[in-house]
Structures are given as structure tokens and as C-alpha cells.
Design a protein around this ligand. Sequence first.
Ligand code: FES
Length: 128
Amino acid sequence: MTSPEDESVSWRLTGPVSELSKKQCRLIYSSDGRDADVCLFHVNGEFFAMDARCAHSGGPLCDGDIEEADGVLQVFCPWHDYDFNLKTGKSSTGLQQQVYEVKLEDGNVYVKHASELSLQPFGQVKEN
Ligand code: FES
């Protein structure tokens, strides 16, 4: 049983490792709409997931450059070049990008997230 606050957060299937490891980064769509989309990074054989819209002003982190310095992997937002640690989501600017746990199981990549995730855009977003 999960505690009430965790109820909606669960492992979400995003796709096969064989497909998702082909690109360094891809946008994963959220059923909660654009602001909840996720970037799935695949760097040095490891997967990382974080919110796709930059915590600064919503820039597309999936289009950012990825660099490694002193063993730390970072993505640089294409809009104003803020850095975000792929593992922790921390930025040297003091901002924090939301990151998500990733697990591999039976050849698939799962991300722990509150909404459903998909490689294809969801249709109409339901209104509450
Ligand atoms: S929107 Fe990402 S650094 Fe400004």
C-alpha cells in the first residue's frame, strides 16, 4: 500500500531501452499536459529524467547541451545557459529542477512520475 500523498506517483513505462538509448535526450509527454513533460537523458550508459521545462523561464531542456565536468553531468538550458545537474537537478544559479527516479526492467525504461508518460503526445488534455 502507498501512503495517500504518494498515491498518484508510480512507475510509468516510457518505452524500450533499445529505442530510448539511441538518443542522448528525448521529450516524454505527460498526460498532465505540456508543463509536466519530462526529458529523458541517456548519457554514458545511464538514464536520467527531469522536468522538460526549465525552472528559470520554461526553456526546452531537451534541446540543451550536455557536458561533463569533474565527473558531474550537466545540461545547459538553450535559452539562458543555466546549468542543471542531471542527477540532482541542482543549478549553480541556486535553482532546482525537478528530477525523477528511473529504473530499467525487462528491457523497458520506467520513470517515477505522477502522471502517465508517453513517447507520443496525448490527445486532448482533460479538463477538471
Ligand atoms: S529558461 Fe532556462 S535558463 Fe532561462
